[in-house]
Every structure is written in structure tokens, then in C-alpha cells.
Design a protein around this ligand. Sequence first.
Ligand SMILES: Nc1ncnc2c1ncn2[C@@H]1O[C@H](COP(=O)(O)OP(=O)(O)O)[C@@H](O)[C@H]1O
Ligand SMILES: Nc1nc2c(ncn2[C@H]2C[C@H](O)[C@@H](COP(=O)(O)O)O2)c(=O)[nH]1
Length: 214
Amino acid sequence: MAVLVLSGAIGAGKSSLTGLIAERLGTEAFYESVDDNPVLPLFYQDPSKYAFLLQIYFLNTRFHSIKRALQADNNVLDRSIYEDALFFQMNADMGRANQTEVKIYKDLLGNMMEEIAGMPKKNPDLLIHIDVSYETMLKRITKRGRSYEQVTTDPSLVKYYHTLLDYYEPWYQNYNYSPKMRIDGDKYDFVENPKDREIVLGMIEEKLREMGKL
Ligand SMILES: Nc1ncnc2c1ncn2[C@@H]1O[C@H](COP(=O)(O)OP(=O)(O)O)[C@@H](O)[C@H]1O
Ligand SMILES: Nc1nc2c(ncn2[C@H]2C[C@H](O)[C@@H](COP(=O)(O)O)O2)c(=O)[nH]1
């Protein structure tokens, strides 16, 4: 079997699809710590003060997860270390990190990636990227209901979410750690519609079969 990593914007459906894949393929699911993340609500209150600290928190947990996931060949991660720099670069570009923080971050990430490159299994087997439009992203963020993520609580998040989506396309194009595939998260309601769920899981299984991993 394989190590799968999911990617996509906030609310794209990564955790939901991770659970469905784990159930279907009998793999272990790795979820990011969100509700027990002590820095996340602070970041949304004061992004400039907490952008660096939050990134170090996520980077550390993502490093831990990918190391564990790559040790066994039957895992699925709802977001991975490969997306970490996307978030920090965006926040740094928005002026939420200073040059020293950017340098420390890049050095630390570089060290961690070297560690991963030295492991017996160096890369995931497949990246599954969920594309969503701004409208879908917002609908799902509203549905999930975390107060600090709501644009009604903080209207400046409208720009933040649009900018995040803009950073994803080049990130996906440049991602080259493994084969990759895209799922249209606007088209397929794999959470509430069983037919759509079958189509999406079928596409993933087909890709794995093509790769000789299923
Ligand atoms: N394809 C989908 N169709 C309908 N609802 C979805 C879909 N994907 C996710 N959701 C809902 O949107 C919210 C966010 O999904 P989640 O899986 O937590 O996203 P992510 O992990 O990418 O942030 C949840 O309430 C989930 O039930
Ligand atoms: N500044 C950063 N924020 C991040 C990062 N990874 C996730 N997040 C935020 C975005 C959401 O509010 C929340 C959970 O993300 P989901 O996509 O799982 O809903 O955490 C990051 O690296 N930097």
C-alpha cells in the first residue's frame, strides 16, 4: 500500500476525505492538531505577533507526523509538511514576519527536509489535492463554524482567504515530491452525497492501481 498526503485550502475537505480514504483503504489517518492548538486562536487575534510561533508549532507537528507516516507504508495525512512553507511565505509576504524569523524558519525547514530525505522511505506515494473556489471554501468554513475563522467575525479574512487560494496554484504546480492528482471540491460533495463519494474514492483507487500501489 501507500503513504498518501492531502492538500488544499482551509475548509477544502482534507480532513473529511482523509477519514473516508482511511476507512476505505484501511490505512491509518493522521490529522493535524487544530482544536488543541493553543496558538491558532491567538494567531487569528493578532497575526503579526503570532505568525512565526504558529508556523513553528505546525512545522514541528508536521515533521513529527511525516516521520511517523513514512515509517509504515499504510498512512494518510490530512495536511503535510510540504504545505508548511506556503503558509509561512504568504504570511511573511503580508508583512507578518521579519527577516530574522524568515531566515530561522527557512533554516529549520531545510534541516527537517534533509532528515526526511535521509529516511529509507523519503517521499509520500501520492499527493491528493482538493481544489475549491472561494465561495465553496467560505461555505465550508461557515459550515464547520470555528468562530475565529469566520469572515463575519473578522472581515480582513476575506482578503486572507483569497490570497491563500492564489498561493495554492503555483504551489501545486511546483510540488514534485510524488505523483499528484486533483479533486474538484466544488463539483463533488463527498461528505453528504454517497454517489459523489464513490466517484472520488474510485478516482483515487484508479490512480493507485495505475501506480501499482493497490
Ligand atoms: N466535498 C464536501 N461537500 C460538502 N461538505 C464538505 C465537503 N468537504 C468538506 N465539507 C464540510 O466542510 C467542512 C470543512 O471540512 P474539513 O474536512 O474539515 O476541511 P479541511 O480539513 O480541508 O479544513 C466540514 O464541515 C465538512 O463536513
Ligand atoms: N498561519 C498558518 N495557519 C495554518 C497553517 N496550517 C493551517 N492553518 C490554519 C488554517 C485554519 O484556520 C486551521 C486549520 O486548517 P485546515 O485547512 O485544516 O482547516 O489552521 C499554517 O501552516 N500556517
